[in-house]
Design a binder for this molecule. Structure first.
Ligand SMILES: C[S@@+](CC[C@H](N)C(=O)[O-])C[C@H]1O[C@@H](n2cnc3c(N)ncnc32)[C@H](O)[C@@H]1O
Length: 278
């Protein structure tokens, strides 16, 4: 856990309370999913990307969806709210899970968003989640933290039933990383390993996934992360006051590292769908 906690995005996760306060929402006030969307999505293009996931999965009322690496629960709540699906939000870090639970409760969404704190790689967690329980799975910018792809995809396949669909947003390696890039990936992004696209496909196929369709997001995300950094720095005074200096500096370092990595051309971004073979 120590490693992942050094990443700027995951420090002071309670800063979302300061974001809500800044738009006039008190700490204990009831919430709508849309109040949270500007602040609770830890991937690119916020709710728009979850709409893409919902359409790709064909998510609908009565379905059970597993969200692997659910962060503050933003994508899980939005998917449940918009599609009527029931979502299990699996999150590794206890502090993120705790904030996510309280936000879900304030939205009145507990009947359709279940929070589970754990590691997708743990066999015991697989038993707790229930083998073959889920119709679909999504995972947005989580897999980059997990080097053991064979085990990860095995766990995902085991959690799904029938021809369960998968939607993933993730990083991949377009070219060999420089020593500086390896260092940024390891220390600032908690990403010690990234496969090529071919290796990514191979690991999915080996775990029993078929119909793998990849959309390359590199150009879009290179633009997105550069703009995010610039917009964040433009608000330095306001955001330092809203959070604190340390939180601002940590986020700045993280946004800067990701922007540098995409600009270097060796880091790629992907959206991927796949189907579990029965
Ligand atoms: C960049 S965040 C994205 C959060 C969320 N998917 C979103 O888009 O808002 C990635 C999340 O994956 C979680 N994570 C990383 N490794 C995990 C694992 N082995 N099992 C469960 N969650 C994990 C991290 O703790 C982090 O909250």
């Amino acid at each position: 856990m120590t490693g992942i906690k050094t990443m700027g995005l995951y420090g002071n996760v309670e800063r979302i309370m300061a974001d809500l306060a800044a738009v006039g929402i008190a700490d204990d006030a009831p919430l709508q999913v849309d109040d949270l969307v500007p602040f609770d999505q830890y991937h690119y293009h916020g709710a728009e990307a979850v709409d893409v996931a919902a359409a790709a999965l064909g998510a609908t009322t009565g379905q059970q969806v597993l969200d692997v690496g659910s962060g503050l629960g933003g994508p899980a709540r939005y998917l449940a709210d918009r599609t009527g699906a029931t979502v299990t939000a699996l999150e590794l870090q206890p502090d993120l899970d705790a904030v996510a639970r309280s936000l879900t409760q304030r939205c009145g969404l507990e009947p359709r968003v279940e929070h589970v704190n754990g590691n997708i790689l743990d066999a015991e967690l697989g038993d707790r989640l229930g083998a073959g329980r889920f119709d679909a799975m999504m995972s947005m910018l989580c897999i980059l933290h997990i080097p053991d792809r064979p085990l990860l995809f095995e766990r995902c396949a085991a959690a799904l039933r029938g021809e369960g669909r998968v939607f993933v947003e993730d990083f991949y390696a377009r070219g060999p990383f420089t020593a500086h890039e390896q260092d940024l990936l390891g220390h600032e992004v908690s990403c010690p390993y990234l496969p090529s696209l071919d290796a990514y496909r191979h690991d999915l196929e080996a775990a029993g996934f078929v119909h793998i369709v990849v959309e390359d997001m590199t150009e879009d995300w290179t633009w997105f992360v550069a703009n995010r950094l610039e917009a964040f720095r433009d608000r330095r005074v306001e955001l330092t006051r809203r959070y604190n200096q340390q939180t601002f500096d940590s986020l700045d370092r993280f946004y800067d590292a990701v922007s540098t990595l995409f600009a270097g051309g060796n880091l790629g971004g992907l959206r991927l769908t796949a189907t579990r073979v029965t």
